[in-house]
Design a protein around this ligand. Structure first.
Ligand SMILES: NC(=O)c1ccc[n+]([C@@H]2O[C@H](COP(=O)([O-])OP(=O)(O)OC[C@H]3O[C@@H](n4cnc5c(N)ncnc54)[C@H](OP(=O)(O)O)[C@@H]3O)[C@@H](O)[C@H]2O)c1
Length: 267
């Protein structure tokens, strides 16, 4: 952080955010920089990361390191793991946000696409959490935010792999949260509903979703950072989505699957 920063003691001196080149990740980066955190921003598009770094340094006087990496690539992922595990440059908050959606009848999907989604949405946050957590526990200080989804709360026919990756991520986050909560470290799963970002255009999804369902990327980042500050295991931004999650947990599984499948097919 620059000496003349308006934030002498940021809550998270250094944060690493994956998928910071757009949407929810960029919103996390902006909020963290505004609170005085130095940043490591990770994604594939260098031009976006460089522009974000310039914007945040100019606005808030924070240091921003752009780490260009394709998180589905083993060597690129290893570079991000090494950055997180570097004892000389500790990272206090890891935001595992990079992810992608997709849809289609499972039997018609190329297995390479299924594997790519598992690598990005599931294996990358798993490996990055494993890289970051031992140092955080040793320092008795740190946070991990896993951007999961309400899609992980039930099986979703036609969005099967995406829903399954997010179910795994939420479950892992909750378990590890309880393992490390007494060691000064918080793990928080953030479960957004439909959020304005580049996500649905990339996945060719979401056109049938009515306007009132949408929330902003900044809403998600604000709720996620408040939740990790409170030491929460799970955060579902917006009351209406908390209600929906509560209902889906208590309704008969077959009914939930049917309704989710209707939405999955339409999206
Ligand atoms: N939008 C929603 O409605 C919604 C709802 C629930 C959960 N989520 C979750 O929120 C997270 C962020 O999504 P978003 O809505 O902000 O979508 P987005 O605008 O498409 O952002 C996705 C981010 O992930 C990065 N990314 C994608 N593939 C990557 C790869 N192979 N390696 C490294 N980075 C990669 C992208 O950057 P590059 O293209 O530059 O690599 C981008 O920065 C995801 O985990 C998503 O599952 C979204």
């Amino acid at each position: 952080m620059a000496p003349d920063s308006p934030h002498p003691v940021p809550r998270w001196p250094v944060a690493l955010v994956t998928g910071a080149s757009s949407g929810i990740g960029a919103a996390f980066a902006r909020r963290l920089a505004a609170a005085g955190s130095d940043l490591v921003v990770v994604a594939r598009r260098r031009d976006r990361l460089d522009a974000l770094a310039q914007e945040l340094t100019a606005a808030h006087g924070v240091r921003v390191e752009a780490l260009v990496a394709d998180l589905t690539d083993t060597e690129d992922l290893a570079r991000v793991e090494a950055r997180l595990a570097d004892p000389d440059r500790p990272v206090d908050l890891l935001v595992n946000n990079a992810g992608a959606g997709g849809h289609g009848a499972y039997a018609s999907l190329p297995v390479a696409d299924v594997e790519g989604m598992i690598r990005l949405n599931l294996l990358a946050p798993v490996r990055l959490t494993s890289a970051a957590l031992p140092g955080m526990v040793a320092r008795r200080r740190g946070g991990v935010v896993n951007v999961s989804s309400i899609s992980g709360e039930q099986p979703i026919p036609f969005v099967a792999t995406y829903a399954a990756t997010k179910a795994f991520l939420t479950s892992l986050s909750e378990s590890v949260h309880d393992e490390v909560r007494d060691q000064g470290v918080t793990v928080t799963a953030v479960l957004p509903g439909f959020t304005r970002s580049e996500f649905h255009d990339r996945a060719d999804m979401g056109r049938a979703i009515p306007k009132p369902f949408w929330i902003t990327s900044d809403d998600v980042a604000a709720a996620g950072l408040a939740a990790v500050a409170r030491g929460q295991a799970i955060c579902v931004p917006r009351f209406s989505y908390r209600l929906l999650v509560g209902l889906s947990r208590h309704a008969p599984r077959a009914l939930v699957r049917r309704v989710a499948g209707m939405v999955g097919r339409r999206t």
